[in-house]
Design a protein around this ligand. Structure first.
Ligand code: PEP
Ligand code: MN
Length: 359
């Protein structure tokens, strides 16, 4: 991939802060759109986002106003000077977005997974000068993400960037979509000129975590942030829990530390921060798994009480321990380490069941 013109555009903007794309998850009404846009005019936001067609997990939820909302976006631009951005998910959306002169078109995570859909959109906007931002696919697949970006390059789209919005996972997590920072770092390493924007709103699903995820993104030298913003977030028609007011956006932007350009040492700190974040996530998962395990232990304790069975089942315990030691060895974990951990877990389980049986 050649240099993207979007990088040049960004450099020429000469912002003293990361690029900010802000606006509501969905364009709900003309009034809501204009209200939030006018408030955003006084923040660091350069680009106003709003979902016009909304990909909803289940039918029956608000699916966007569609073409009716496109003139609202034009009004935003006329009245505030903010550039406009919408999601396009098929060739029809693409054509309408061009017709209504929307400045930035983004490809959603559910579309980025589908090469047919991406190809169709790329062909519909062939040669466009508009900025096209490709969100990561919902599954953690770097090749699929790169493939989607390449389809636009091949159709002569030069103003191109990526949006990192996290990946879905079956594992419990404090995030709506786990960030798996390494995948975004791999994309940056492979295509250093491709601007990459972080979307802490869809990563966290929770407005309380937006600040810390944004900071991690800046520590990793992301070029910008896409943050869902609403004047009355709790009343939003979609993604209410993750939206913030323009005032809060301003506060978050003021609090963020932007690192100076790279020294080797800075890069080292950034990497360290990313690893620390991953460790924190793993530790959260460990605690959740331990607590889920203890719930099962609790139910076994109740069954043992009913059946008047002894708490300590030595044969079963020996089986568990040996099984874990073997598994651990396969993963490069020593017998001593596994034994210590599982003995501690077992002791706590026994204590717990003792209490139930004697209650
Ligand atoms: C959005 O930005 O509103 C959206 C639907 O995002 P994603 O495609 O990342 O889920
Ligand atoms: Mn959303």
């Amino acid at each position: 991939m050649e240099n993207t013109k979007f990088r040049k555009w960004l450099d020429e903007m000469n912002l003293d802060h990361p690029l900010v794309i802000a606006g509501p998850c969905s364009a709900e009404t003309e009034k809501q759109v204009l209200e939030v846009a006018h408030e955003l005019k006084n923040t660091d936001a350069t680009i106003f986002r709003a979902g016009v067609w909304k990909p909803r997990t289940r039918p029956g939820n608000f699916e966007g106003n569609g073409v009716k909302a496109l003139p609202w976006m034009q009004k935003v631009k006329e009245e505030t000077g903010l550039l406009t951005a919408i999601e396009i998910a098929n060739a029809h959306h693409a054509k309408l977005a061009l017709e209504f002169d929307i400045d930035v078109l983004w490809i959603g995570a559910r579309t980025a997974v589908n090469p047919f859909a991406v190809q169709e959109i790329a062909e519909a906007i062939r040669g466009t000068e508009k900025i096209v931002l490709v969100k990561n696919p919902i599954n953690p697949d770097l090749a699929l993400w790169i493939g989607a970006i390449e389809r636009f390059f091949k159709m002569g789209v030069k103003n191109i960037g990526a949006i990192h919005r996290g990946f879905s996972s079956f594992r419990p997590s404090k995030y709506r979509n786990i960030p798996s920072w390494q995948i975004a770092i791999d994309l940056k390493t492979k295509y250093p000129d491709l601007p990459i924007i972080n979307d802490p709103s869809h990563i966290t699903g929770n407005r309380e975590l937006i600040q810390e995820v944004s900071q991690t993104a800046l520590d990793l030298k992301f070029d910008g942030l896409m943050i869902e913003t609403h004047c009355t977030p709790d009343k939003a028609w979609s993604d209410a829990a993750q939206q913030i007011t323009p005032k809060r956006l301003e506060k978050i932007m003021d609090s963020l530390r932007v690192r100076k350009d790279t020294f080797e040492k800075e890069e080292f700190i950034s990497k360290l921060d990313a690893f620390r974040n991953e460790i924190n996530d793993k530790d959260d998962q460990l605690i959740e798994t331990l607590s889920e395990r203890m719930e099962i232990v609790h139910n076994i304790g109740k069954a043992k009480k009913e059946g008047n069975v002894a708490v300590l089942q030595s044969v079963r315990w020996q089986e568990i321990l040996e099984g874990m030691v073997t598994k651990g060895a396969e993963q490069g974990l020593s017998r001593d380490f596994i034994e210590k951990i599982f003995k501690a877990i077992h002791q706590e389980s026994i204590r717990h069941q003792e209490r139930i049986i004697n209650s």
